[in-house]
Write a protein that binds this ligand. Structure first.
Ligand code: PLP
Length: 370
């Protein structure tokens, strides 16, 4: 929070009140950085070469990222106009919020969910309507549908939910769409879709194939499963007129030629990359099983991270992990998110977590029945 008395210029008060962005801590020495849901594998040599071979640095990139759009359009069986590329899918979320929101309108999302969502509301001047997660730290879609008013312009569904882990099922998502007016934008944020192993999960590709392009926009990213977080490239699939509105609010030329080239090379190398994704999902399942055995009540984890409901003990627990060389992501008063990292980090997380759980008081929300 910034005190407006310190501000050398007049800043919108709701912006001045926002906390400045806090990144996951950088790991020093031999600590494992498990705070930003990054892919722990090194980039594939072919992808690195593709980036180096991309356009000269003195030239602007292709503003529309036409080659990547064409490639993704073929995959989703849509036209390139129904694909939009952004410098990370977070930037597309901002564009959509600016395009449909604004003073006097509302956006609905589950909470706790992705930390970027409240900022979308604030920056676009939209009122945030946060619907508490239900049983099992899952989206409560009935409550989300019930919160729709004539001011609602945008609903964000995050599956799997960052930071708690559970998916939304296809059935739940279809029910939501049946209850939401057709002129309300529903964004399905599937940043972790590739890690999902539960067949009941909603799948944006299936939603679009079955319903056609209407009020649903599917967001995916190359940051997590494809390991390109550092290059910033994500995409939206949806109705071209909705994406035109997003394009109209976008900062031009934000997607670099290097990012586009890396995304194309990653699609070429997909079988190899998806093998890694499967390894991470298996590692995640091992982590969840071990944590539950140690006495944690861990929600279903379908992304590349796990959630510990440490509540009032969050900062103490995070400090214990950090002292042991594990950088985790604490959400004060609520819980800790731990990314599925290097193979060697798993046993270490389990060891430290087994001692941390014993520091929680009897009957604590983070403790399971074990
Ligand atoms: C990581 C993440 C994104 C996308 O991040 P970008 O790096 O901007 O593509 C989007 N939504 C959620 C829920 C995420 O966790």
């Amino acid at each position: 929070m910034t005190d407006s008395a310190d501000l050398p210029v007049r800043v919108r008060p709701e912006i001045a009140a926002l906390p400045s962005y806090k990144q996951g801590k950088q790991a020093g020495g031999d600590a494992f950085k498990l705070s930003s849901n990054e892919n722990p594998f090194d980039s594939l040599p072919g992808v690195v070469e593709a980036v180096q071979g991309a356009a000269a640095l003195n030239r602007y990139p292709d503003a529309s990222a036409a080659r990547l759009r064409e490639r993704l359009a073929a995959r989703y069986d849509v036209t390139p106009d129904d694909v939009h590329i952004g410098a990370g899918s977070v930037s597309i979320l901002h564009q959509l919020a600016l395009a449909v929101g604004g003073p006097g309108t509302e956006m609905i999302y589950a909470w706790r969910s992705f930390e970027a969502y409240p900022g979308l509301a604030a920056v676009s001047g939209t009122t945030a309507v946060e619907i508490p997660l239900g049983e099992g730290a899952r989206h409560d879609l009935a409550a989300i549908a019930a919160a729709v008013t004539d001011r609602t312009r945008m609903i964000i569904v995050c599956s799997p939910n960052n930071p708690t882990g559970p998916i939304v099922t296809q059935e739940e998502f279809d029910d939501l769409l049946a209850r939401v007016p057709a002129d309300v934008l529903v964004v399905l944020d599937e940043a972790y879709a590739e890690f999902v192993t539960d067949a009941a999960a909603v799948d944006g590709r299936r939603v679009l194939a079955q319903r056609g392009l209407g009020n649903v926009v599917v967001l995916r990213t190359f940051s997590k499963a494809y390991g390109l977080a550092g290059l910033r490239v994500g995409y939206a699939i949806g109705h071209r007129r909705i994406l035109d509105a997003a394009r109209a609010t976008a900062i031009p030329l934000a997607v670099t030629a290097q990012a586009e080239q890396a995304a194309l090379a990653s699609l070429d190398a997909e079988p190899e990359l998806l093998d890694r994704v499967r390894a991470i999902s298996a590692r995640r399942d091992r982590l969840v099983a071990g944590l539950r055995e140690a006495g944690w009540d861990v929600p279903d984890a379908q992304g590349n991270f796990v959630w510990l409901a440490t509540r009032a003990e969050t900062l103490d627990a995070a400090a214990a992990f950090e002292e042991a060389g594990l950088i985790v992501r604490p959400f004060a008063g609520d819980g800790i998110r731990i990314s599925v990292g290097e193979h060697e980090s798993v046993d270490k997380v389990l060891r430290v977590a087994a001692s941390v759980v014993r520091t929680l008081p009897e009957g604590h929300a983070g403790r399971g029945l074990a």
